[in-house]
Design a protein around this ligand. Structure first.
Ligand SMILES: Cc1ncc(COP(=O)(O)O)c(C=O)c1O
Length: 438
């Protein structure tokens, strides 16, 4: 049915990629997987193999590939109005902004600025925080990922993703990585020392006046590092005492991904001043958004434009995604099916010594792989082998973590328990293959 969509052979596609794309465009696997088409939870390659997709194009396919309800709205909008830029008003943009204002925590973040990516959403957030507070210094966390502009690479807390020169005005506090505690302590007897340390960070590495703390509720690229329940209250209280506001980078954790709530940060019971989002909002359509308290948005004086920001097609897609999540009650499905997935992953942990940690929530789960459960030496090479074995068993998973030893799972939020069973059976086979060549 989709044969006509690929005119080149796999070999020609890979040769053309090598010749005409920047080599920095890296692909997973020894031989890159060339995708031809996808539907719902399945992705097909050009050789006709079908894969159960538990990564969703990096936490982006929130409601299934080529979702019919979203695409119906998109097709209609494409025939009506495709582009205007932010210098003209249009209905889809304000429809989406109105909806976002209704679903943000406590309904307190009511003003949106639309862009094309998570990187731009974070750039806008930092600019707004600086305008609002009159301060410039920003605190991020170690192991964080905030994007690929010069500024956002500066804020990112992983060497792999920091290209280019260092950026002034950013410092990095320790994160709450309980599996590898930065202080070598154990939760809860640690009394969340990683969070308490924020005061020392501000007093010893900044001027004492900060513009913002930016943090992911669950660190995505870092390997779905999930802080204990006290963490965000402690660090945001400290940062606010020194004049800073709190930016929740929800590029991976928003739109119900963590189950029961629209936004990940709601699980920690703190109120952000700005939320940034992208990825799953468009289900694959490029969109980024910075949603702020009105006073913070109003502080961004002067004028700014975004050529594609608020694009009528992208905002129509995003509104249709949110409507679909509501209509299908996916906040509940994510919690329920996610709970089931967690139990099945814990069963795999009992069976396979290589799994050192299972963490996450909703439908956002990580397996951290180790060579030895006592030393916790990262099993980076075995993780690469497991990626290959997963492919052979026709499942797609992601890889991440500072040491490249974390398997990341983020399937569409409308999967069922039978998808989980199918996935776990195949992952189990992949883990067995990985162990047999160790
Ligand atoms: C938490 C987080 N923030 C920001 C970004 C940057 O988003 P984009 O790739 O859309 O620029 C990412 C991308 O992975 C992310 O995970």
């Amino acid at each position: 049915m989709y044969d006509h969509l690929v005119n080149m052979t796999k070999h020609e596609i890979l040769l053309a990629q090598k010749e005409f794309l920047f080599p920095a465009v890296f692909n997973y696997y020894r031989e890159p997987l060339v995708i031809s088409h996808a539907k719902n939870q399945y992705v097909c390659d050009v050789d006709g193999n079908q894969y159960l997709d538990f990564f969703g194009g990096i936490v982006t396919v929130s409601v299934g590939h080529c979702n019919e309800s979203v695409n119906r709205a998109v097709h209609a909008q494409m025939d009506k109005l495709e582009h205007v830029s932010t210098v003209f008003a249009n209905e889809p943009q304000v429809e989406l902004a109105k909806k976002l204002a209704q679903i943000t925590p406590a309904g307190a973040l009511t003003k949106s600025f639309f862009t094309n990516s998570g990187t731009e959403a974070n750039e806008t957030a930092i600019l707004a925080a600086r305008c609002f507070t009159g301060s410039t210094e920003v605190i991020a966390l170690r192991h964080s990922y905030h994007g690929r502009s010069a500024g956002m690479m500066g804020l990112t807390g992983q060497s792999t993703w920091k290209l280019g020169p260092p950026q002034a005005g950013f410092v990095h506090a320790v994160n709450a990585y309980c599996y590898r505690c930065p202080f070598g302590l154990e939760y809860p007897s640690c009394e969340v020392k990683c969070a308490q340390d924020m005061e020392q960070v501000i007093r010893t590495t900044t001027s004492g006046r900060v513009a913002a703390l930016i943090a992911e509720p669950i660190q995505g690229v870092g390997g779905f590092i999930t802080p204990p329940k006290e963490y965000f209250k402690i660090i945001t209280d400290i940062v606010r005492r020194y004049g800073g506001i709190f930016i929740a980078d929800e590029v991976q954790t928003a739109w119900g991904r963590t189950g029961t709530k629209w936004f990940g940060i709601e699980h920690w019971g703190v109120q952000p001043d700005i939320i940034t989002g992208a990825k799953g909002l468009g289900n694959g359509f490029p969109i980024g958004v910075t949603i702020a308290r009105p006073e913070v948005a109003d502080a961004l004086k002067g004028v700014t434009i975004s050529t594609f920001g608020g694009n009528p097609v992208a905002t129509t897609a995003a509104k249709a995604v949110i409507d679909y999540i509501e209509e299908q009650n996916l906040l509940r499905n994510t919690e329920e099916v996610g709970g089931y997935l967690k139990n099945r992953l814990l069963e795999l942990k009992d069976k396979h010594q290589i799994i050192g940690d299972v963490r996450g929530m909703g439908l956002l789960f990580a397996l951290e792989l180790v060579e030895d459960r006592t030393t916790k030496a990262p099993a980076a090479t075995a993780t690469l082998r497991l990626m290959e074995a997963a492919r052979e068993n026709r499942i797609l998973v992601g890889r991440g973590g500072l040491y490249g030893n974390v398997i990341r799972l983020s399937p569409p939020m409308n999967i069922s328990k039978s998808d989980v069973d199918e996935f776990v059976q195949r992952l189990d086979a992949g883990l067995a293959q990985t162990a047999s060549v160790a």
